[in-house]
Design a protein around this ligand. Structure first.
Ligand code: PEP
Ligand code: MN
Length: 264
């Protein structure tokens, strides 16, 4: 169902308020790795508004390698975020980790993110297939393109056709950076499927100084948008600070991305 052989026209996903994701437009989603406080949310929204970015990312349920690391503010964080984002006309994308979280989160979320670690959580995928919200599905940590497409198939076959695929880097033998951004996958996914493809250059390389280059390469490979981590003080971020851009760095990248998309 997610194959171009089955549906020729590319899928465009409407978020309402004239916002659409998919072939023909370029979407930017930006925000912190984790939602940390009301002040941080306000500051991020001000940054996004000034930059013309309409979708804010942020985790309230965080899959962390260590159980002792910051695991997110949960529903409380999502509610305060939602209140401020709605006032500002900003859409929310956030990760859902388990089936039980979907229902309470639903009214506060514009796009559900499935993280790399849950990319093959088939019960979660089935459940998200029955929900009236777009889903951004990340590629598994060691997931193949075929496995990503099959995961999308779970959601689609349950009735939810509003899916975007996300390349966020895969685990390889290379230890010089956090993940190996598979630019190849972006070009190939665009050829194989009608679904929008979003690049995550932050997790894709995991090092702040290279995020801009990888983001721009992703655009040239055919990405319909990027999701990236930004923070007022990246070095103080509760998670993923090493790969997070400052507002100033992010502003420069947004304009280069828009230019690159126009040139493509
Ligand atoms: C995130 O977006 O912060 C995240 C945890 O991503 P991933 O699932 O790709 O590791
Ligand atoms: Mn992160």
């Amino acid at each position: 169902l997610v194959s171009k052989k089955w549906r020729v026209e590319d899928t465009r996903i409407s978020l309402g308020d004239g916002l659409e994701i998919g072939t023909g437009s370029f979407s930017i989603m930006a925000g912190p790795c984790s939602i940390e406080s009301a002040a941080q949310v306000e500051e991020t929204i001000a940054h996004l508004k000034a930059a013309g970015v309409r979708i804010m990312r942020g985790g309230v349920y965080k899959p962390r390698s260590s159980p002792y690391a910051f695991r997110g503010l949960g529903m409380e964080g999502l509610k305060l975020w939602h209140e401020k984002a709605r006032e500002a006309g900003i859409k929310i994308i956030t990760e859902v980790m388990m089936v039980e979280q979907i229902e309470p989160m639903l009214e506060y979320v514009d796009i559900f993110q499935v993280g790399a670690r849950n990319s093959q959580n088939f019960n979660l995928l089935d459940a998200l297939g029955q929900v009236d919200r777009p889903v951004l599905l990340k590629r598994g940590i060691s997931g193949t393109i075929e496995e990503l497409l099959q995961a999308a198939e779970y959601i689609f076959s349950n009735g939810n056709e509003r899916i975007m695929l996300c390349e966020r880097g895969i685990r390889s033998y290379e230890g010089a950076y956090r993940n190996t951004m598979d630019i190849n996958a972006i070009a190939m996914l665009k050829a194989k499927t009608h679904l929008p493809v979003i690049a995550d250059p932050s997790h894709g390389i995991g090092l702040r100084q290279f995020v801009d280059k990888i983001a721009l390469a992703s655009v040239m490979a055919g990405a319909d948008g990027v999701i990236m981590e930004v923070h007022g003080q990246p070095e103080k971020a509760f998670s993923d600070g090493q790969q997070t851009l400052s507002y100033q760095e992010a502003n420069r990248l947004y304009s280069r991305l828009r230019q690159a998309f126009e040139l493509r």
